[in-house]
Design a protein around this ligand. Sequence first.
Ligand code: GAP
Length: 543
Amino acid sequence: MVDLDTVVSLCKRRGFIFQSSEIYGGLGSAWDYGPLGVEFKNNVKRLWWRDNVQLRDDMVGLDAAISMHPRVWEASGHVAGFSDPFTGCSECGRHYRADQIYEAIWNSKWFRAIQKVLEGPAAKKNEWLAILNWAESDGKKIAPNFPLSKGVDYPLVPTGYPFEGPEDPKFREFLETLGRKIIATDGSRTEPVPCPNCGAVKMSVAKPASLMVEIFLGPVKETATKTFLRPETAQGIFVNFDNVLQASRKKLPFGIAQIGKAFRNEITPGNFTFRTREFEQMEIEYFVIPGTDEEWHQKWIDERFSWYPRYGIRKENIRLREHTKDELAFYAKRCVDIEYLFPMGWSELEGIADRTDYDLKRHSEFSGKTLEYFDEESKQKLIPYVIEPSAGADRSALAFLIDAYHQEEVRGEKRVVLRFHPELAPVKIAVLPLLKKNSQIVETAKKICADLRKHWHSVYDDTASIGRLYRRQDEIGTPFCVTVDVQTVGDGKTPADEKVTIRDRDTMQQIRVPITALEATMADLMAGKWSEVAKQFPAQPVA
Ligand code: GAP
């Protein structure tokens, strides 16, 4: 699998994603989608919207405001309880999620270096001596405050190496034994684990930190409305439940979908666009008759799990993970995550929860407005249960991008290709003139591009040789290139054949097609019918 640094660098080079405010040194954890990135992410959102709203009878959409009444967040429980356990290093000032500290250490530069040492030949003779030697040389540079780098006495604990991962009790014991010894001599009240950044055993005792981003709406701070940027789009749906019900006359079961920005003061944002403080969600609140919720929950799990492979995610790279009882939100009856195998390991892409009637009940209670539904069948009023498939637009886009990334060798040269599903590709067709000094070729290519543009996002490019142009389009995932050459327009000796070459991104196969048939052919190709189309048109040498 491709590593994250390679993806970040491709995204910057080709204009998918840039660091926010880069010319000012960058704003941590915020990212800007560039010319190709915005097309690509819009495609992810468009497909989600089409499949979950427009192609279903039982769904409608909504676009609620990001700023909402402060009472919304009291009712939802966010003010009281939307927090993560927080710990900070008093030596270097870095902050971490206390519940993820072992993962952070496991992935830290210095621990990765220790792992290398332990796998090397020196450790075969004496593990501790090998670590000590490392600590006194490289350790001083990458973990300057690590007790061993400072020459602090160390306990002779058996490492039990190889550790199996951050969850491995042997790994935790190794770190804690080391830390407890330091704390015992130091006497200060801190967590007995080294800082993932500098190695100091000076992590503060964990305490909850609110994830809510506070805002003041109004020109004068003293009289302004203090509220929060929404940490999820879901609440905008719950507070509009009755409005939508009255306006759309929907009957249960039905759902409301929304795509929009959400904001969280994450303690440890990172891994590119995976965890940021500003991100986009694609959420559905699906309202059902109580008692039918378990069945609907399963239906949505199945539906959402089959959605990602439909657009290119390989089946072996996604899985379902059932929440254990102790990680379930207190209002949720059941929750299942769809996880993707990101370069940093299996991580959440989407959560699908049975939220019961918690939210509608709480908003009824706090607003004084009854949020009930009259069930014609039972002739009774009831509060619907809610099934919530909640996906991240940025995380989905990142997963589609990583899964599409391929590197191969073609005639001794490296070829990078993003094998995007055509519906996700930011550019669908590139029209390329073989000779940019031949005005007839250029004019014909531009005209073809203008015609194709009416149906598919197409670009014209004449800024390099044809070989380089193909590689550039491969690297941004353009499914098809159309090349106009001398044969197309004729050269005074040979008459124009009025045909163009279509090249397939993945196989690099080429066919020659009359310009008059180009639009219909492209429609077939976008629908995945290359082999049928190739039977009608002569194959060309691969380029
Ligand atoms: N309404 C339920 C809810 O918000 P969540 O699991 O906190 O549930 C849903 O968020 C999805 O939003 C996640 O599966 C993830 O894809 C995305 N998400 C959450 N926090 C994120 C962050 N800090 N950065 C990027 N995406 C995030």
